[in-house]
Every structure is written in structure tokens, then in C-alpha cells.
Write a protein that binds this ligand. Structure first.
Ligand SMILES: CC(=O)N[C@H]1[C@@H](OP(=O)(O)O)O[C@H](CO)[C@@H](O)[C@@H]1O
Ligand SMILES: [Mg+2]
Length: 561
């Protein structure tokens, strides 16, 4: 960096001092905190996004959102040129600059990093960043801070895309870097046209009953509802009612949204007795999570939850079916058979019944630590990799080589056996790859794929829910002295430090039929999370309580007596 560049950063960063006592970490999903203390962080992440763009010589993205958290919170994260999350290698630098105490120190950190990473400031290609934000009121002033950060890098351009869902921004970054159509309208057109295409490939004999035509969506009073309204107009055939779109006066994520519905297992606000039997879905505050549910007839505050694991099951079942249709090739195609590797990626929070279900289907299941950056990376190793967190964040990734093969296969089948079952299966898989967001988990594209598959199979939400029965589970949080003292292994299922606690957990687990339990430090909150599963709810609750007690004895303040 030359002196001009250094003094520009010094000058602008003096306008955004770090508030006293703030300590932030990039964590599982970017920086998050009360919005009032975030200006300097967002400004700095603006610079970071520009540096990442210079380093990769590609466009990057910056999203201002705190997802399912309180409306008064906000957050910021970076989309890498691929459309995925910021590379993990840069996270320590992100932490360092976010917590840098003075403008002088900040400039020095950047200067050292630029040298180490060999980032070129020769002006041959300047930095370009797409900016997006959710509907939080604090978003506007934080966006200004992000722009100031970007403009502190000589020649950098910030392109404000306005209010978006997080997955829309990631999709746009990916599309732009691939020289594909990348406006918001292009996003809606790609989703709606591939959805209609899939619906047109539904076998004729299948027609759903009247109630099953209808879908009610809880928009969490956030950006998702508003975007779904736009999408809905382009789908014409679908009966979707959108509630909690944010226009009715409700508060973002308060008693609504995918996180609330999945964790509390109760109906979101605005849903009632008359909705019994209807298929319902819930998005989170930035529309990257999706869960389905139906209102229970015997108790209208309770729901039958259809979570991320079950969305994953539906997707896996459908993909597997299409692959087996493809395999029923005629005699002369043996050498063109492509053994597509299909993989399912889950975390330790996946319900054990879902994992058993995949294994029964003969599918390969792998586990990663919590956080979509890990799941996404793993899923990308397959021809078709499907990943979901139980909370509803996930997608399906298709490898380039498999897509090339599918396209070639389609051309060949068009000339030899147009309209055959094999060709339809190829076309369905291609449509899925266009419909489902390849950059990151996306509630809107996920919802359309669920709807298309349910129509294809002629299934109600009840049929879907019956694929397998969730084992009863319980999640608890324990406040401890220092959560970083807990070190885990095997995709967070085993504690390796501190010593002896894992042995104690094993003793508890052994007392319960189908018992399973683990603890891990949260990446987004200052707590240890406890998860337990067992054959009946009382047992899952009791196992979770015993393990929480152990966590408190080994790591906590010793309040559990
Ligand atoms: C049990 C659980 O739901 N954990 C969530 C939560 O992470 P924690 O590290 O558990 O706080 O937030 C992450 C980001 O949204 C999400 O990826 C993850 O699944
Ligand atoms: Mg979210």
C-alpha cells in the first residue's frame, strides 16, 4: 500500500472509532451484536470485502443482517466470489481488524496483511462489492458505514442492491462472477421458470386434493415474505397465502419465524385452529432457513414439525428416484452410465431417526461440525451433495462434471428417445440444479422445490411427515466460566477436553434406550449447548438435564448443587 492509501484508511477509520469494551468474533455466521455498537465493525468489514475482492480479482458481497436474532441486533458477513461464505482462512484477520483498538493499529494490521497475502494495489483490476441488507431499521446507517469502508480502498466500487434476502445476495455474487444474468429479476425468473418446468414434468395421473393445494407461509415479519409476494405473482398456478410479511405491524422474529417454530415447536403468531390440516411453512428473518409444520387438531398451540432433516429426506428420496430411473437405461447405453456419487451431509443435531432413514435407503451419510460453511464444503465433494442443518438451512449442490454429463445425456436422448422416462429424469435433475440455490441455503428456492416434489409424489404434508418418526429430543443451554475450554472431536460428538467429562456423559447415555447426547460450545452465543435424544420425551428431557448438570459441575459456576 502506498502512503496515499494508508492515509485514506487512517482518515476514514478515525470517523468510526471502536466503542469501549467491544469484543467481537466472526463466529459461525459473521459478526453479530446490538446494532448500536456495530458501525465501526461494518465499516471495517467494508474494507475487508474490498481486500478480498482485490485478492481474488473477483466481485465479493457484503450482507447486513442478524438473521433470526432480535430486531434491535444486526450483523455483517462477507460472500466470497463463489457465492459461498468468506474463506475460513481469512476469519482470524476478520477478528483482528474488528477488534483493533486505534486507527493507527488498524492501518498497520491491514498493511501487514496486504504484504503477507500479496494483495496487489496496482489498479489493474479494482475492487467491486455488492451490498445487501435485510429489513432491520438499523440497516440503512450500517450500509452507509459499509460504503465508507469500501471507498477507503482506492478505486473500489460498492454497488448497493437494496433490501435482499441473504441467499439472494450470495446468488447474485456467484452469478456475476460466472458472467450469468444476475439481477434480482433474473433470480426470480430463474426460480419461477425452473419451478414451472418441474411441475410440467409431474406425472399426469397425480392430482392433489383441494386442501393440499394450499400453502400458508409465515414470513417472520422479515424480508422473505415481501420477496415471496413477488415470486408468487410469477408462479400463477400456486395457492400461497403469506402471513407475517412485516406489513401487518408485527415485529421481526418476535413469536414468528423458522427459528422460533423449530426451537419452541409451537405455532407462530397469526396461525390458528382453522389452519389445522393445511400445509404451513416458516422462513427466518433473512430467508435462508425453512421449516414446514401443520397445526395439531387437538392442541392449537402445538405443531407437527417438519424440520430441515425431513426436507433433506424429501430431497434425497426424490434425487435417488431420478437417478434410479436414469439407471434403467436401454441396452446400448451401458458405457454412458455415470455412477453419480450422491452424498448426504448432516450435523450432530440431526435427528437420529433421519440418519437411520438415509442408511436404510442405502445413502452415504457424513457428519461435519455445526455451521453451514462446514456442511457446504463437504457437500461440494459429491456429484450431488445434499446438506441441511436440522434448523432448516441447507441446499443441494451439483458438480460441474455431473451437470455437463446431464446436458450431454439430454441432447442424446432428445434425438434418440424424446419424451422417455429417462429423458424426463434428466430434465428434472437439470431443473432442480437451476431451482435450488447453488451458492447457499435459500428458503425461497427450497420452498419451491419442496412444493414441486410434493406435487410430483401427490403427497400431503402428513404423508411427508410419516417418512419416519423423529426421536424425542431436548436442547438446553448452560452458562459456563469459559466455553472455549470445551474441545470436541468427531464432528462435535465427543468431548476431548476437559478430561473425564465424556466418560461421565457416556455413563448417563447408557441408562436410556436409544439414548444419545453431546455438548459443544456455541459459535454464536456465550453458552454450552446440550443435546439429548431418547426413545420417549421424558427420557430425552431427563438425559439432557443430567448432562447439563455434568457440564455445570465440570465447567460452570457450580450452581447445580
Ligand atoms: C444448534 C443450532 O441450531 N445452532 C445454530 C447456531 O450455531 P451455534 O454455534 O450453535 O450457536 O447458529 C448458526 C448460525 O446461524 C447455525 O448454523 C447453527 O445451526
Ligand atoms: Mg438466517
Amino acid at each position: 500500500m502506498d502512503d496515499n492509501q494508508k492515509s485514506l484508511i487512517l482518515k476514514s477509520s478515525s470517523q468510526y472509532p471502536l466503542p469501549q469494551g467491544v469484543k467481537l468474533s466472526y463466529g459461525t455466521a459473521g459478526f453479530r451484536a446490538d446494532a448500536s455498537i456495530l458501525e465501526s465493525t461494518v465499516f471495517r468489514v467494508g474494507i475487508l470485502a474490498a481486500l478480498r475482492s482485490l485478492k481474488t480479482q473477483s466481485l465479493t458481497g457484503l450482507m447486513i443482517t442478524a438473521s433470526h436474532n432480535k430486531v434491535t441486533d444486526n450483523g455483517v458477513k462477507i460472500a466470497d466470489p463463489s457465492g459461498g461464505m468468506l474463506t475460513q482462512e481469512w476469519e482470524p484477520f476478520a477478528d483482528a481488524i474488528a477488534n483493533s483498538p486505534t486507527p493507527q493499529h488498524f492501518v498497520q494490521l491491514i498493511d501487514e496483511f496486504v504484504k503477507k497475502e500479496n494483495i496487489r494495489f496496482d489498479g489493474v483490476r479494482s475492487a467491486k462489492i455488492l451490498l445487501g441488507r435485510d429489513t432491520r431499521p438499523s440497516g440503512e446507517s450500517l450500509l452507509e458505514a459499509a460504503k465508507q469502508g469500501v471507498y477507503s480502498i482506492v478505486g473500489a466500487t460498492a454497488i448497493d442492491m437494496g433490501i435482499l434476502t441473504t441467499p439472494q445476495l450470495h446468488w447474485m455474487v456467484r452469478a456475476r462472477n460466472k458472467d450469468m444474468k444476475a439481477t434480482e429479476l433474473d433470480y426470480f425468473e430463474q426460480l419461477s421458470s425452473s419451478f414451472r418446468f418441474l411441475i410440467d414434468l409431474t406425472p399426469n395421473q397425480i392430482k392433489m386434493s383441494k386442501t393440499d393445494d394450499k400453502l400458508i407461509v409465515d414470513g417472520a415479519n422479515g424480508v422473505g415474505g415481501e420477496k415471496l409476494e413477488v415470486l408468487k405473482k410469477m408462479l400463477n398456478s400456486m395457492d400461497i397465502e403469506i402471513r407475517n410479511s412485516g406489513k401487518e405491524g408485527g415485529v421481526l422474529n418476535e413469536g414468528v419465524g423458522a427459528d422460533y417454530v423449530q426451537k419452541e415447536k409451537v405455532v407462530p403468531q397469526g396461525f390458528q385452529l382453522k389452519d389445522v390440516g393445511i400445509r404451513c411453512a416458516s422462513l427466518d428473518g433473512d430467508a435462508d432457513r425453512l421449516v414446514y409444520f401443520s397445526v395439531q387438531s387437538n392442541n392449537t398451540s402445538k405443531i407437527d414439525l417438519v424440520d430441515g432433516d425431513k426436507i433433506l429426506s424429501l430431497f434425497a428420496l426424490f434425487i435417488k428416484e431420478q437417478l434410479s430411473i436414469l439407471k434403467m437405461e436401454g441396452d446400448d447405453h451401458v458405457d454412458e452410465n455415470y455412477e453419480a456419487r450422491l452424498g448426504v451431509v448432516q450435523t450432530a443435531y440431526a435427528n437420529g431417526a433421519s440418519t437411520d432413514y438415509f442408511r436404510q435407503l442405502g445413502l452415504e451419510v457424513v457428519f461435519t461440525p455445526t455451521g453451514v460453511k462446514y456442511l457446504h464444503e463437504k457437500a461440494a465433494e459429491y456429484d450431488i451433495g445434499i446438506y441441511f442443518e436440522a434448523n432448516g438451512h441447507g441446499t443441494i449442490l451439483f458438480s460441474e462434471s455431473f451437470l455437463t454429463w446431464l446436458n450431454a445425456r439430454n441432447n442424446e436422448l432428445s434425438s434418440k428417445s424424446k419424451g422417455s422416462e429417462q429423458q424426463k429424469a434428466v430434465l428434472r435433475l437439470l431443473a432442480v440444479s437451476n431451482l435450488i440455490n447453488q451458492a447457499v441455503g435459500d428458503a425461497l428456492s427450497g420452498l419451491l422445490l419442496v412444493e414441486a416434489i410434493l406435487q410430483y409424489k401427490g403427497w400431503s404434508i402428513h404423508n411427508w411427515s410419516e417418512l419416519y418418526h423423529d426421536l424425542p429430543s431436548r436442547q438446553l443451554k448452560v452458562k459456563v466460566v469459559d466455553r472455549t475450554a470445551v474441545v470436541t472431536a468427531n464432528a462435535e460428538t465427543v468431548v476431548v477436553r476437559p478430561p473425564l467429562i465424556q466418560e461421565a456423559i457416556n455413563v448417563e447415555v447408557a441408562k436410556y434406550p436409544q439414548g444419545r447426547s453431546f455438548i459443544r460450545p456455541s459459535g454464536t452465543e456465550d453458552v454450552i449447548r446440550v443435546y439429548a435424544e431418547a426413545s420417549i420425551q421424558e427420557a430425552a428431557d431427563s438425559l439432557a438435564n443430567s448432562v447439563a448438570k455434568l457440564a455445570d459441575q465440570f465447567l460452570g459456576f457450580g450452581n447445580s448443587g
